[in-house]
Design a protein around this ligand. Structure first.
Ligand SMILES: [Zn+2]
Length: 460
């Protein structure tokens, strides 16, 4: 037992099943400043009458115990499936992670598994809704769709394609590397030879794309400030201003946070997809808060509960891996605590739960990953001290201008030299060690909420 949880017994996991018609109705009625949380990282943000659907990944692969038929895990589709608009391609392809882990899991757990397609949405008669039906229901209610990065738990090309059919006015905001990744799967008309055997990239989809990037594609090029007049990182939807920021996360071809504002000077909603505990993200939030540009933060993190990741390791080994690898490279748990030092009292909505990777939604689990205390007698000085610590840390010269980790080619440079991962690791570990020595008064975490499926997060 640790923190009151029995880590031998994985918590029950029931993937979210959302009523498609209820989601549609809620999007229709969504008001300015509100966010409709759907599941995992899927959410609809409403500002200035514009409704933007973030990171739609409506289906996955459910893995069950063959003997008991009990659900064990829901994994996202394979990368190939997420990249595909052709339903014929969807034949039994497993997510890469599952392909690697499945044989090992069998050896370790001895549990035979079955996999089946799983839709996060259900129709009124209780049947799983397919991607076409989901797009037909939701796309007419939204003005834009935004993809933060190209991991299959955040992205489904078939859904994008079907959404444009259902709503020909729809704008699609994608990261800079999008077209390049698509070029591996599709023939790009006007770029590739017509003899190229790959299917043509859906023309309609191409017309609707708007690529956003705060960084140039090639790492040797200069930063966005040098191209600032081009506003590559911004776009406008009616009066609504959309701004993208780089968010370090070990992913394929780019990861970006998006700020949605009613207008350029109004506080808006900052949507942060999967994020590592990086100086960049803390500096960004500190800057935006000082400019009064954020009203709430939605951030998707790793799961907090104590059971092992992917059933593969012991809970202790699993925790160690998460603390030493996930923190500085991919999904941080400590980042929500760190954010409290730079975000003022802005509410933080922690997502990435409810569907994939058996991520249960339970605020009590925060205590499993984060060192907390019930002693509230020194909360005010604790807060001030932690703010000072974070403020000094993020401005240290060695943590400025670290190499980009959100692009495939830059990741190759990661292990090289002190400016790479080791510096990122040192940064995240300084924060972890600080919090282990100065345990977090529980009330500090009160600004963190885990929204439920189909839950409307109110305007302030
Ligand atoms: Zn994710």
């Amino acid at each position: 037992m640790e923190n009151g949880f029995n880590i031998e017994e994985p918590p029950a996991f029931n993937p979210d099943r959302l009523s498609l018609s209820a989601s549609k109705e809620k999007i229709k009625n969504l008001q300015d400043g509100e966010v409709l949380f759907l599941s995992h990282s899927m959410a609809v943000v409403c500002e200035s009458g514009q409704k933007i659907l973030f990171d739609p990944a409506p289906e996955g692969i459910l893995v069950k115990n063959k003997k008991t038929s009990q659900s064990l895990d829901l994994y996202p589709l394979s990368e190939a499936d997420a990249m595909s608009t052709n339903p014929d391609n969807k034949t039994g392809k497993l997510p890469t992670i599952l392909k690697i882990l499945k044989p090992v899991q069998r050896i370790i757990t001895g549990v035979p598994r079955i996999e089946e397609k799983f839709s996060i949405f259900i129709t009124d008669d209780g049947q799983p809704a397919n991607v076409e039906a989901i797009a037909q229901a939701l796309a007419p209610e939204i003005t834009a769709l935004s993809v933060s990065h190209l991991d299959p738990d955040h992205f489904n090309l078939e859904f994008l394609d079907e959404s444009i059919r259902a709503n020909p006015q729809l704008k699609i905001l994608v990261p800079l590397g999008f077209k390049r990744v698509m070029a591996n799967y599709y023939r790009i008309p006007g770029v590739d030879s017509p003899q190229d055997k790959r299917p043509p990239f859906p023309e309609k989809l191409m017309e609707h794309l708007k690529t956003l990037s705060p960084l140039p594609y090639h790492s040797h090029e200069k930063g966005i400030s040098d191209f600032y007049h081009l506003n590559l990182h911004q776009t406008q939807l009616g009066n609504c201003q959309i701004t993208s920021y780089e968010t370090p996360h070990l992913t394929k071809e780019y990861n970006q946070a998006i700020l949605v504002q009613k207008e350029a000077t109004a506080p808006g909603i900052l949507y942060i997809p999967d994020a590592a505990l990086s100086p960049e993200i803390l500096l960004l939030v500190q800057k935006l808060v000082s400019e009064n540009k954020i009203s709430k933060i939605c951030i998707s993190l790793a799961k907090f509960q104590p059971d092992p990741i992917y059933d593969l390791f012991s809970p202790e080994k699993s925790k160690q891996l998460r603390d030493t690898q996930e923190e500085h490279l991919s999904h941080s748990a400590y980042i929500v605590a760190a954010l409290t030092a730079v975000s003022g009292d802005i509410p933080i909505f922690d997502t990435h739960q409810g569907s994939f990777f058996r991520s249960a939604r339970d605020e009590r689990y925060l205590e499993y990953r984060l060192p907390t205390t019930t002693d509230e007698s020194n909360t005010a000085p604790w807060k001030t001290q932690f703010q000072q610590f974070i403020n000094q840390l993020i401005h240290k010269p060695e943590f400025q201008q670290l190499p980009v980790i959100t692009r495939d080619k830059d990741r190759l440079e990661l292990g090289k030299g002190p400016a790479g991962t080791s510096t990122r690791k040192a940064f995240s570990q300084e924060i972890q060690h600080y919090l282990q020595e100065h345990r977090i008064p529980k009330s500090i975490l009160n600004i963190i909420h885990m929204p439920g499926p189909n839950e409307v997060i109110p305007a302030n």
